[in-house]
Ligand binder design. Structure first.
Ligand code: GCW
Length: 705
């Protein structure tokens, strides 16, 4: 197999702005990150496609940095051994080390163990994928992988499936474009109705994914339009090509399908999930998929949601719908990811009884126990829609007998659209470590990993991808960190998001490539660590959410943008107060969807955490928060503070001019200008709106318009 070029790819010919001499930014795998490994004597032992990938990586690193790559064990001395357990004898002392590393039983399909003694580092795995992840672990460790002794340590992913969902369209959609909610240019897979066939770029992507731990992607939008529907049948070859390109990196391909496929592709009169002809159609179509792509992952389905077809048309429910596809996939080991993002998007704003937050639970919780084993119900992390701050979705605590996956949004639809710096790992970490049954109990990560309170196997994590054909992959170069961190948290949800950022910094900005490594690290932390909370400060306050501009596709402020809309999210601000009453006592009853203690905590005005107050309660502007501030003063203070922080971020970033890659510096600088402009707009619109509604002045007398 041939490796993708390290920093170049024909995909970007003609629009290189990276300054890397004609190509795509190397993200967290620049050649320099391989220097410690590449300057060693390395032995790779074992067979299989992914072991070949490991060897190719090692060989290339050694060619670039003066080391030596071997595949056969001789008597020559080695510094690093990467071996499958059953690969045959290893030279001493690696053999003894490998015995110690493997002592604790099987390492699993993707796990590995690492140990170091007597100047030799050994990575041992039971299966090729484990060796690949072990290799990238060594890259991450850098020089430390070859220093001192390391007692044997075992590594295995918490989640079996760590997936990215691309919302890429094959055709350019008249409203949503080539990539729905894409902020990084076009798609790396599709262009204007055709497959792009830039397989070098796809391989480079697979390599980045393997290096952060992602092992599955779906290659088309969950809104499946006419052309995209045909990927399942007539255009399956396009999907197979992507699967071939990604396979050497352990990434399996999934496909979003339309529930109406038997009608729109098969010419059947119905897509009723209980109709025998419909079942036979799915069985046959699925068999053909596996003939072409034997390791195909499965289907992703958005049904009866925002206009997508689904089982409701036939008077059936979501379990009937999901089980239909699961039955077709089961003989081949595939899974269906069935999204729980189902709500009424044709609401009347006058109707106060409908609460969008309730919808996923109301639809899905009653179906617990009815889904087949190979159905994964995929729920957005919060009850509404990827807002910068939401409580954890109660669905995640309500379906103990169902495989559940948590869905995040790496693409920054509601978090600054890759114009703003918004490092999201702290948000995801809060969600993953949240304990729905109370402190000390199982966490959301446990539910997704299958070690929750119920009998179900975990469904893992899924997230909407943020890459496109942009030379920096993600539009905003610092948004690469979100993709990296997503993969790392899916592997180990217990990781500290700031430590993950350090990993990313070390890999992306190797000390040998920058003028002042300490300044680079310090600046990136200053700009990124708190950027999610900064974003929260200058946008919608206290968990109320959704004050985004509908006209500008969810970018920038519009306090009343959704207040009278059919999509159903409201803040209910009037002259006296603001917030949504979701209590059982006087509101929509949403708090009752949580188990104790949260059901009570959220119900109670005095116990509800400040950051979620307006999500759960409608309060007067003078209501005193747990922080001691009033709601109205909190709104003013956070909005002024948020803008100030962005101004400081921009100031800090300027100090990196001439210290890092000028193209990266310029792109980020440009976007920080826009972030500051937009944050000021948010501050002034939100503050002015609430000042005009309430008539309450800012106690500090700052300018409000
Ligand atoms: O957040 C919303 C987006 C839609 C998206 C939908 C979903 C793919 O605005 O563009 O549709 O979520 O998650 O299905």
């Amino acid at each position: 197999m041939s490796l993708p070029p390290a920093t170049t790819g024909p995909a970007t010919a003609g629009h290189d702005t990276t300054g890397h001499g004609g190509g795509v930014h190397a993200a967290w795998l620049p050649p320099e990150a391989f220097a410690p490994l590449g300057s060693r004597r390395v032995l790779v032992r074992g067979d299989g496609m992914l072991v070949d990938t490991v060897f190719d990586e090692v060989e290339r690193a050694c060619a670039g940095h003066g080391g030596r790559a071997d595949r056969t064990a001789g008597d020559r001395e080695v510094d690093l051994v990467l071996a499958l357990r059953d690969a045959g004898p290893l030279p001493a002392p690696a053999a003894a080390l490998a015995r110690a590393a493997g002592a604790g039983g099987p390492l699993g399909a993707e796990g590995f163990a690492l140990a170091r003694a007597e100047g030799v580092t050994v990575v041992l795995a039971d299966a090729p994928a484990g060796l690949l992840y072990g290799l990238f672990h060594v890259v991450r460790l850098g020089a430390a992988a070859f220093e001192g002794d390391h007692p044997a340590r075992r590594h295995a992913p918490a989640m079996a499936r760590r997936m990215l969902d691309h919302w890429d369209n094959v055709d350019v959609h008249p409203v949503m474009g080539q990539v729905e909610r894409g902020y990084a240019g076009g798609s790396i897979f599709w262009r204007a109705g055709a497959a792009r066939r830039d397989l070098d770029r796809v391989r480079a992507y697979g390599r980045l994914l393997a290096a952060c731990g992602v092992n599955a992607i779906s290659v088309n939008n969950v809104n499946v339009h006419a052309t995209e529907a045909r990927l399942l049948t007539g255009r399956l070859g396009d999907v197979a090509e992507l699967a071939d390109a990604l396979r050497p990196y352990g990434v399996r391909v999934h496909l979003s399908v339309t529930f109406a496929a038997p009608v729109v592709l098969g010419g059947l009169p119905t897509a009723d999930p209980l109709d025998p002809a419909v079942r036979a159609w799915w069985a046959a179509a699925t068999r053909q998929v596996y003939e072409r792509i034997p390791d195909f992952g499965g289907y992703v389905v958005k049904a009866d949601s925002e206009g997508q077809p689904g089982p409701f048309t036939y008077g059936r429910d979501h379990a009937d719908g999901a089980n239909l596809l699961a039955e077709a996939l089961a003989p081949f080991g595939g899974v269906v990811h069935w999204r729980a993002f189902v709500y009424n998007h044709r609401q009347d704003w006058r109707d106060r009884s409908t609460d969008r937050a309730r919808a996923a639970y109301d639809h899905f919780a009653p179906l617990d126990g009815r889904f087949r084993d190979n159905v994964v119900v995929q729920a957005k992390f919060g009850p509404i829609d990827f807002q910068p701050r939401e409580p954890v979705s109660p669905v995640l605590a309500a379906m103990p007998a169902t495989r559940l996956a948590v869905e995040f949004q790496v693409t920054q639809e509601y978090t600054g659209q890759q114009q703003h710096v918004c490092y999201l790992a702290p948000c995801w970490s809060e969600v993953l470590t949240f304990a729905p049954w109370g402190p000390g109990g199982p966490t959301v990560a446990d539910v997704a990993a299958g070690s929750g309170p119920g009998p179900a196997t975990g469904g893992g994590l899924a997230a909407v991808a943020n890459v496109g054909d942009d030379p920096f992959w993600t539009g905003h170069p610092l948004a690469q960190a979100n993709l990296y961190a997503y993969g790392r948290l899916a592997w180990d949800p217990g990781l500290d998001p700031i430590a993950v950022l350090d990993e990313w910094i070390d890999l992306t900005f190797p000390a040998s490539t920058v003028g002042d490594p300490a300044l680079v690290r310090e600046t990136l932390h200053a700009v990124m660590d708190d950027s999610w909370r900064t974003y929260e400060r200058y946008t919608a306050p206290l968990g109320v959410g959704f004050m985004v501009s509908p006209a500008r596709h969810h970018y920038g402020p519009d306090v009343d943008g959704y207040e009278y809309s059919r999509w159903g999210t409201y803040h209910f601000a009037d002259r006296d107060g603001v917030g949504v009453d979701r209590t059982r006592a006087t509101g929509t009853g949403f708090t009752g969807q949580y188990p104790q203690p949260w059901s009570q905590v959220y119900e109670s005005l005095s116990d509800c955490p400040d950051e979620l107050l307006l999500f759960f309660h409608h309060v007067p502007y003078g209501h005193v928060l747990r922080s001691g501030s009033t709601v109205i003063q909190h709104i003013y203070d956070t909005h002024f503070a948020g803008v100030q922080q962005v101004a400081q971020m921009r100031q800090r970033w300027r100090r990196l001019a001439g210290v890092i890659d000028p193209a990266v510096h310029a792109r980020v600088a440009e976007r920080l200008d826009e972030q500051l402009r937009c944050a000021i707009e948010w501050r002034d619109q939100v503050n002015t709106y609430f000042f005009r509604k309430s008539g309450v002045p800012d106690v500090r007398g700052r300018a409000i318009h």
